[in-house]
Design a binder for this molecule. Structure first.
Ligand code: SAM
Ligand code: SF4
Ligand code: SF4
Length: 337
């Protein structure tokens, strides 16, 4: 089988795998407490794809063009012994890059073992350096110092460059962007400012709460001169800038004001084995049924994946409008961020 392209000519390069829909944080922009209370019915264990099943799907996607895997969730480090999945993926020679997106709450404990298992890089979500703001944003009183320890551990373990994701919400943390950029300038850490997105249906998204990347850039540029950098690779989601004095880099993920669907080469696999071809999709493709009920081998899985990808026409962020806002989109904690 050869590399497949979708109806808009985009290849499949990157698979984001949600390994659990659970999380120990309740960030209001993702899993607000009211929608995800203590007794919320998360996926039963037997519904979750086993590590071997995830590895089979990745192997089946390699001949189609897949080269990158990102483990996410929910909070991926809540999944026990995640390093075993990393080890399994590392054994697939074509997979060039294995990354993890985490809230960092248990990264201090896990960074070394994950790096030893073959993880290449880590992205840590960190919305403010101010402890009170951070605790309010994670909404479970989690202290910022422990996430900072996790970032230090990731740097020490060589999971670099570490990326930091800061979701910027107007009136909540938009005045904290300069402090975050300054703190990591002299470390192998790239801070990325993310526009608050209308993922799912539960986070009360309003356009007024979005701080456009251009506005964040202006705030930063008032403090330190920045120069644009070219994209590192096709399908790059971040607009990159470097500090003019050469000390550090920042990025902007402007999915609301500058959508990047044209080069989107990502698919997402939910923890229960549904494949989604867009972050804003309303329905997935059931790979777990293929694996468990039809006992599909890699060749069969590959054919199914190729058919799904060939039919793909998603470009939600480019089409975002009044007509799309009430669609029954799946939640980010389920589909994987
Ligand atoms: N729990 C992990 C974490 O927080 O890094 C991984 C999953 S989380 C869903 C992945 C990323 O999505 C995080 O960086 C988070 O900040 C981002 N995210 C979640 N909801 C978002 C939203 N409504 N708009 C923009 N980014 C969002
Ligand atoms: Fe949890 Fe990550 Fe969502 Fe925050 S953004 S609630 S840490 S999954
Ligand atoms: Fe890709 Fe969908 Fe996001 Fe567009 S909206 S960049 S197609 S995931």
């Amino acid at each position: 089988m050869t590399t497949v392209i979708d109806t808009l000519g985009r290849p499949l390069r990157d698979l984001r795998v949600s390994v659990t829909d659970r999380c120990n944080f309740r960030c209001a922009y993702c899993m607000p407490k009211e929608a995800f209370p203590k007794d919320f019915a998360f996926m039963a264990r037997e519904r979750l794809l086993r590590f071997g099943e995830i590895t089979s799907i990745v192997k089946a996607a390699v001949p189609l063009g897949l080269r990158k895997v990102r483990l996410t969730g929910g909070e991926p480090l809540l999944r026990k012994e995640l390093e075993w999945l990393v080890k399994g993926l590392r054994e697939i020679p074509e997979i060039e890059d294995i990354a993890l997106t985490t809230n960092g709450s248990s990264l201090a404990k896990k960074a070394k073992v994950l790096a030893e298992a073959g993880l290449n890089r880590v992205t840590v979500s960190l919305d403010s350096l101010d402890d009170a703001t951070f605790r309010a944003m994670n909404d479970v009183e989690f202290p910022v110092a422990r996430v900072l320890e996790g970032i230090d551990a990731a740097v020490a373990a060589g999971l670099t460059p570490v990326k930091i994701n800061m979701v910027v919400k107007r009136g909540v943390n938009d005045t904290h962007v300069v402090e975050l950029a300054r703190r990591f300038r002299d470390q192998p850490v790239i801070v990325r400012f993310i526009e608050f997105m209308d993922v799912g249906t539960k986070n009360g998204w309003r356009l007024e709460d979005v701080v456009p990347a251009a506005e964040v850039l202006q705030r930063l540029a008032a403090e330190f001169p920045l120069e644009p950098l070219p994209p590192k690779h096709a399908g790059e989601t971040a607009l990159r800038y470097r500090h003019a004095d050469g000390r550090g880099e920042v990025g902007f993920i402007a999915s609301v004001t500058k959508p990047f669907c044209g080069a989107c080469n990502r698919a997402r696999l939910s923890a229960d084995g549904q494949l989604y071809t867009c972050l804003f999709a309303t329905a997935g493709h059931d790979l777990r049924r293929l694996l468990r009920e039809e006992d599909a081998d890699e060749a069969r899985l590959g054919e199914a994946l190729a058919a799904i990808w060939r039919g793909r026409d998603d470009r939600y962020s480019e089409l975002r409008s009044d007509d799309t806002k009430d669609l029954p989109k799946v939640e980010m904690s389920y589909i994987g961020g």
